[in-house]
Design a protein around this ligand. Structure first.
Ligand SMILES: [Zn+2]
Length: 193
């Protein structure tokens, strides 16, 4: 892992701890906004779920210009998501990508239950739950089962992103990709790698 990634992950852990403990900074003052006029140099990309209970910048106590955030329901990687992530690592120089799943993810629950309406397929068909015994779903889709499915989907997304970035740049690693999941009540992020 490059030292820049270690620094980025340390910042993310420290920011999340401030969030959990209610010690967050005011990042969006008029002064902060004025500073952002000079351009952006985000030091991490967060690929997260659109769930309204997972406010990514707040979760990591990060301000304007710090995180490049790509969100879709269930953090599935649409073509536009991949292009956005590529832009952040190739053009903006972010060297760390975090896939952030979360507790009680409705998209993962829908994939697990297998009863999503057809219009949701662009989301659910990307969520492959391989390691969980399908005979248990959906009746036993309890919290622990869903949490395991979220972790599995995060790991799957991390692998997909690593492959995508390796294909773009086989000789040189563009970015380090790690997985994490967010707990709704405590606000804690736990890291999967
Ligand atoms: Zn979700």
């Amino acid at each position: 892992m490059p030292s820049d990634t270690q620094t980025a992950l340390r910042h993310l852990r420290q920011g999340n701890l401030r969030f959990v403990e209610g010690r967050t900074a005011n990042h969006y003052s008029p002064e902060n906004r004025a500073e952002s006029l000079f351009g952006q140099q985000p030091w991490a990309v967060i690929v997260g779920c659109s769930d309204s209970r997972v406010p990514v910048e707040a979760v990591f106590d990060a301000g304007a210009g710090e995180l490049f955030v790509v969100r879709t329901a269930g953090h599935v990687l649409a073509q536009a998501s991949l292009a956005s992530i590529r832009f952040a690592v190739e053009k903006l120089g972010a060297q760390t990508v975090v896939v952030l799943g979360h507790e009680d993810c409705g998209a993962v629950a829908a994939a697990l239950a297998g009863d999503a309406p057809e219009w949701l397929y662009p989301i659910t068909r990307h969520i492959r739950i391989n390691e969980i015994d399908p005979s248990r779903a959906p009746e036993d889709a309890d919290d622990a089962l869903l949490a395991a499915a979220v972790d599995e989907h995060v790991r799957d997304t991390v692998a997909e992103l690593r492959e995508f970035l390796d294909d773009i740049s086989p000789e040189r690693s563009l970015a380090h990709v790690v997985g994490a999941a967010y707990k709704l009540a405590s606000g804690e992020v736990h890291w999967l790698d």
